[in-house]
Design a protein. Structure first.
Length: 338
């Protein structure tokens, strides 16, 4: 079973080939649009869509060549159906359906977050069902109980900004470039811990929901009184990162306690944050649960996670949402994607 996976939900064009019979990734390629969008301080949807059009066919050819395969070897073509930017999603959907129709194989529409959720299965240490997943990416912060492929229960989610959005917006407040999250984390490495005490929104709410907009507002207040040299900004960045990490760790630990699961899967771009990983590992060790992550290079959007998710669905006899017609879903609840 050879599945070609295509990811075009936002600002990265990812293509990968997964061998379901061997259970391994054969090849992958990724093009990031960061340099193109940097001049605008954020993602321009029309430019993102046009760039996906330029990149998707050459990347697919490259991946097949790297794996020593031809289009005729494919069992299915998978693409991100949503959520994401409508125009960007349409590029992947059009390519996926067009190639699948030409080859006479299924086109499988995959939920973007489902791809992130199963991405740790591409690592050396693979989680076993059921487990709890912390999905923390640019536009999403959710806790899910995962009983199996396509069987997802939402435990909690953010009421406003996602953690990744809060990182990016805080980076802007501190005068950092785009993308802001990685730049803020790098700056926080030089910050002095404990110099500022920022709020931990909803950390004691008793539920599994999140809120980060108030934290961003608190940073804005600090930033107005800070000098423009690096050390004061680094101290604020460290305080912000510590606050986000504390909230994510506390909520994740509560989810583990309430579900009785013994494995926590962390996926999405924020999952690559070094301080978050260290804090989750320490809490897991103290509380008796294991924490698993995808390989660092697969924390951001990529085609490998889409190819894997489609493979797992095919093996489970679930197929994908594309069977109900050619469509994209810019807004799509993961819990309803089973």
């Amino acid at each position: 079973m050879l599945v070609l996976g295509v990811e075009t939900s936002c600002d990265e064009t990812g293509v990968a080939l997964y061998d379901g019979a061997a259970g391994r990734l054969l090849a992958q390629a990724l093009h990031s649009q960061v340099e193109m969008h940097e001049a605008y301080g954020g993602i321009v949807p029309e430019l993102a869509s046009r760039d996906h059009v330029r990149r998707i066919v050459p990347l697919a050819r490259l991946v097949l060549a790297q794996a020593g395969k031809t289009p005729g070897d494919l069992t299915a073509v998978a693409y991100t159906q949503g959520p994401g930017l409508a125009g960007a999603l349409l590029v992947g959907a059009a390519f996926g359906h067009g190639l699948a129709a030409a080859l006479g194989v299924p086109a499988i529409g995959i939920h973007h977050l489902e791809g992130h959720l199963v991405s740790p299965l591409l690592g050396a240490a693979r989680p076993e069902f059921p487990f709890v997943a912390l999905l923390a990416s640019g536009g999403h912060t959710q806790l899910m109980r995962v009983a199996g492929v396509g069987d997802y229960q939402l435990l909690g989610e953010t009421h406003d900004d996602a953690a990744g959005e809060a990182f990016d917006k805080t980076a802007t407040l501190l005068g950092l470039g785009y993308p802001g999250g990685p730049a803020l984390a790098a700056l926080a490495e030089r910050g002095r811990p404990g110099l500022h005490r920022l709020p931990r929104p909803m950390i004691a709410s008793g539920d599994l929901d999140f809120s980060f907009s108030g934290l961003k507002t608190a940073v804005a207040t600090l930033a107005r009184g800070a000098a423009r040299d690096e050390q004061p900004r680094a101290d604020i960045a460290r305080a912000f990162e510590d606050a986000v990490v504390d909230v994510l760790v506390a909520k994740s630990a509560l989810a583990m306690e309430r579900t009785g699961c013994t494995q926590l899967v962390v996926a999405g771009g924020v999952g690559a944050n070094r301080r978050l990983r260290a804090a989750l590992d320490a809490r897991g060790g103290a509380s008796g649960f294991d924490v698993l992550y995808p390989p660092p290079e697969l924390c951001t959007d990529n085609g490998a996670m889409i190819a894997l998710a489609a493979t797992l669905r095919l093996q489970a006899g679930l197929g994908g949402d594309a069977e109900r017609g050619f469509t994209v879903r810019p807004r799509w609840d993961l819990a309803a994607a089973g």
